[in-house]
Design a protein around this ligand. Sequence first.
Ligand code: FAD
Length: 265
Amino acid sequence: MAEPRIVVCVKVVPKPEEVRVNPETRLLDRASARAEINPPDMNALELALSLKDRYGGTVEILTMGPPYFEPTLRVGLAMGADCITLLSDRAFGGADTLATTYTLTQGIRKLGAVDLVICGEESSDGATGQVPQGLAEWLDWPQLTLLTAIELDLKTRAARGRRSIHGGYELLEVPLPCVVSVKSACNEPRFMDYRLKAKAAEAQRFTVWNAEALGTDPQYTGQAGSPTIVSGLAEASTRERRREKITGTPEEIARALAKVIKESI
Ligand SMILES: Cc1cc2nc3c(=O)[nH]c(=O)nc-3n(C[C@H](O)[C@H](O)[C@H](O)COP(=O)(O)OP(=O)(O)OC[C@H]3O[C@@H](n4cnc5c(N)ncnc54)[C@H](O)[C@@H]3O)c2cc1C
């Protein structure tokens, strides 16, 4: 087999501490927060780049979202990815995991002969962890989930993955092409390489495909293709913590504190 062609699905997410929910639409108001690459997708990208270091080939980033994600995504090029494909169209807006995975699958099909699709474990905003499995279903490819390590056998066209389980680990093998999800924090994502800065800015490394280019069926994309309904929205209440101020001399405070601890254990 020639050198592997690897696609990493990367989601751009709002920084969690800045995100708000629109009470009227019941959707996340993503535009109001600064964007970053979904942290678990940095682990997916690192795994893909380490495969490229070992076996050669290419690492391509695939993502669905609005055009203003571009500068955030280019960080992946500065880490060593070869190119980015952004699937962007108003028709894709309001997608649940079913519609998202359909649209990403159309992107993977249009890319052509891909050997491996690598995803993060889950997104920091939606956090369903359903996208990798959804992709495998649409593509009808085998999947290896929550891997901490992977190696390829290019002769037999197989992927071998390691997954941690309680008290040990499993070794799993599937034929290529396959879909993989990567356990969060299983590796240390590399820093951007400033020698790649010029490459990361090259216009031809960033491609946008809309619904027409992808040939998506409108009944499967966006809100029309999303059977999920957000029926209500409630703010989680914060409980007032019980507190008591202890005063007195250091000895009195220590005695009072010891009494409280003794009573509570
Ligand atoms: C009713 C409803 C309406 C929604 N409306 C909107 C909306 O208007 N706008 C909006 O942005 N979101 C919307 N969402 C959220 C959207 O459905 C999810 O962001 C999307 O389905 C991905 O699911 P997730 O975030 O749970 O990903 P997970 O399954 O938790 O992610 C796992 C991995 O899949 C990959 N992945 C996930 N999403 C993407 C992506 N977009 N591109 C590339 N790779 C990806 C990444 O590798 C990620 O680590 C809506 C969700 C629902 C339920």
